[in-house]
Write a protein that binds this ligand. Structure first.
Ligand code: GLP
Length: 263
């Protein structure tokens, strides 16, 4: 794993956006896997800024979102459809037919999940998958105990995840959708590159478990240790429980030095 530790959330968001920009400049028809939650918002803001000031072109980009709650309409204020339109899709030049988000109805969900997987394959696979992390180490909505080989399917959310999202749905866990459609851990692992983002002290334990703990379904993000191109981009606070912070910082400093020598 490549571990990039930045002093602030703003810097980690910029670093992640720059990785996506550089890939997009090399491959205009980039296929992006996207995440919701508060963590990627700064990345999307930076990409929108690059679109506005540098004309970064998203007209040939295809995207697949990780997940969506089951049973709420796409135009619900806290649906992931609304989130993505608000924070990214309505602010860049991506054609509406190019972005994909799991549908939030349970009708025919098994077929839907199969079609979602097939659409990713038809697009040529995901080039870069953006990921946040839950405090229990979940990625997408793959809660602890999810099969590390799982595919897109419906998952029941844990009480901790319901509590973390309660403020969006009227304040109590009873009002949060109990289930979500999510890409599986196996689906995520097929992305050519994964960017795992985390900010703040409340994520420090999850990051330490994911990066330096054993690979286990109890911490779904830990499977990224097996991914050949997993990049973990975190701030100092999220890095605060890692054992090898100095080493990771040295590795990254050496990489930047080599890159600057190459011009
Ligand atoms: C939800 C999402 C995840 C996200 C996580 C953390 O569970 N399904 O994709 O990573 O929340 O969200 P945040 O970035 O707001 O902490």
């Amino acid at each position: 794993m490549e571990i990039i530790i930045q002093p602030t959330y703003a810097r980690l968001a910029e670093v992640a956006a720059e990785i996506i920009r550089d890939a997009l400049l090399k491959k205009p028809n980039l296929v992006l896997g996207l995440a919701t939650g508060s963590t990627p918002i700064g990345v999307y803001e930076a990409l929108v800024q690059m679109h506005r000031t540098d004309r970064l072109d998203f007209s040939n980009v295809t995207t697949f979102n990780l997940d969506e709650y089951v049973g709420i309409p796409p135009d619900h204020p806290y649906s992931y459809h609304t989130f993505m339109r608000t924070h990214l899709f309505n602010l860049i030049n991506i054609p509406v037919e190019n972005y994909h988000i799991p549908q939030s109805t349970v009708v025919g969900h098994a077929e839907f999940c199969e079609r979602y997987e097939a659409a990713i394959v038809d697009a040529g696979g995901i080039d870069i998958q953006v990921l946040g992390i839950g405090r229990d180490g979940h990625i997408g909505f793959n809660e602890p105990s999810s099969s590390l080989g799982s595919r897109t399917r419906i998952k029941t959310l844990t009480r901790g995840t319901l509590e973390a999202n309660a403020s969006h749905f009227g304040g109590t866990v009873d009002t949060v959708p109990k289930m979500a459609i999510t890409m599986g851990v196996g689906t995520i692992m097929e992305a050519k590159q994964c960017l795992l983002l985390a900010s703040g002290g409340p994520k420090a334990e999850a990051i330490a478990n994911a990066v330096e703990g054993p690979i286990t379904a109890e911490v779904p993000a830990s499977v990224l240790q097996m991914h050949p191109r997993a990049v973990v981009i975190i701030d100092d606070a999220a890095a605060s429980q890692l054992k090898r912070v100095d080493y990771y910082k040295q590795v990254y400093a050496n990489k930047l030095e080599l890159l600057s020598r190459d011009g």
